[in-house]
Design a protein around this ligand. Structure first.
Ligand code: 1CP
Length: 365
């Protein structure tokens, strides 16, 4: 091992992710560091978003904010970064526009776009290009001092491909669809290239100190079942098949792997066979149905309350938590409590606290 860190005092997430029976379900929420927290705005100030990601001191401070605010209530930290650091490492310019989100001034237009050949030919040095992420992970592990495990992550090939061809967020996905339905083979070459970078990037995050890794396929739900099988699933599988041997090669212990294919409710059955330990569920899925589809496969679910309940009343939050706990069978095995997607801006941090407290109360050993 490259680094030595303090042992974990709370390893609930890791044990649950490996499928072990636990005293109570571990919990955290996607996007737990971010805009709903006043201390986030205070620490970020006027700094550019990606500058924060590139500064290990700032990134680790932001990662720790929810862990400190919700001490004793949450069981994981997720490194403050973004999925779009991979397109940046591939040579694309990505800016984060205030209140608008990510923007690529030069998206990938078509296979004739000179960027296409350049992108495929470029030998991306994942170690040096994303060195700042590994440094942020190592520093965060030190600051965490074993309080909770640290999650590393990357964007799934399909989701990153969408951003690269759309040039930012979109409702229509017109460019993504144009690519896959007009240039399927050329699209697959880009998806394969991204997949290989994802494997190396996740492996180096583990080397730096990440204790679980998660792949975010946030736009999986834009697929039809058929196009998911062709343009998302093989690349998610590539990552889950290639990461463990790569870790072994680097002399590292395996870590649990999570896949979150948002909106791909139609693919749950095959997601359970994709080689990931944990499958994230969004709120469109009823926990009971999901548990039935899983059957006796050794997969752990993560999720899945509607993030919108945090705009609701306390009674509504309690009712949702109760349904969720019951739906996942009580939470001592096979479940990591979370929202079904990231927490949204404008949520009162006290309401999130109440959500965590209710999970604790309703799953107390
Ligand atoms: O606590 C954490 O989760 C912080 C780390 C984190 C993660 C895991 C951030 C910080 N981003 C992400 C992943 C990410 N980024 C995803 C996958 C998860 C998801 O589906 O939510 C996606 C799709 C992005 C892309 C992205 N980055 C968007 C979405 C835009 C769209 O197309 O709808 C946005 C708004 C960002 C910016 C961003 N990333 C992270 C934060 C805190 C912010 C907000 C920056 C700010 O305005 O201050």
């Amino acid at each position: 091992m490259e680094h030595s860190f303090e042992p974990l005092k709370n390893d609930l997430l890791i044990r649950a992710a490996w499928g072990e029976e636990v005293e109570r379900p571990p919990m955290w929420v996607m996007r737990q560091a971010g805009r709903y927290l006043p201390e986030y705005h205070e620490a970020k100030g006027n700094r550019d978003f990606f500058d924060c990601c590139r500064d290990p001191e700032v990134a680790s401070t932001l990662t720790l904010q929810p862990v400190e605010r919700y001490a004793g209530l949450i069981d994981a930290a997720i490194i403050f970064s973004d999925i779009l650091v991979i397109p940046q490492a591939m040579g694309m310019v990505v800016e984060m526009l205030e209140k608008k989100g990510p923007h690529f001034p030069h998206p990938l237009k078509s296979p004739e776009d000179p960027q296409y050949a350049q992108l495929l030919e470029k030998k991306v040095d994942v170690a040096s290009e994303l060195d700042y992420v590994y440094k942020a992970i190592t520093l965060t592990r030190k600051k965490l001092a074993g309080r909770v495990p640290l999650i590393g992550f990357c964007g799934a090939p399909w989701t990153l491909f969408c951003y690269m061809v759309e040039g930012g967020g979109t409702k229509l996905f017109a460019e993504s669809k144009r690519w896959i339905y007009r240039y399927p083979e050329e699209s697959k070459k880009v998806l394969q290239k991204i997949s290989e970078i994802c494997v190396e990037y996740l492996a180096l995050q583990v080397k730096a100190g990440a204790q679980l890794v998660m792949v975010f396929d946030s736009w999986a739900g834009e697929h039809s079942p058929a196009s998911f099988k062709e343009f998302s699933e093989p690349y998610l599988r590539y990552i889950s098949e290639h990461l463990p041997p790569r870790l072994k090669e680097l002399g590292l212990e395996p870590v649990p792997m999570t896949v979150f294919a948002k909106g791909a409710w139609f693919a749950l059955d095959s997601l359970c066979d994709l080689g990931y330990n944990v499958v994230g569920l969004d709120w469109l899925r009823d926990p009971r149905e999901a548990v039935q589809i899983r059957g006796n496969r050794p997969v752990v679910f993560q999720g899945n309350a509607d993030p919108g309940i945090l705009y609701g009343t306390k009674e509504l939050i309690t009712k949702t938590v109760k349904d969720m706990v019951d739906g996942f069978g009580g939470g001592k095995k096979g479940w990591i409590a979370n929202l079904g997607h990231g927490i949204t801006p404008g949520v009162n941090p006290e309401d999130l606290k109440f959500f965590f407290q209710e999970i604790h109360r309703l799953t107390a050993p």
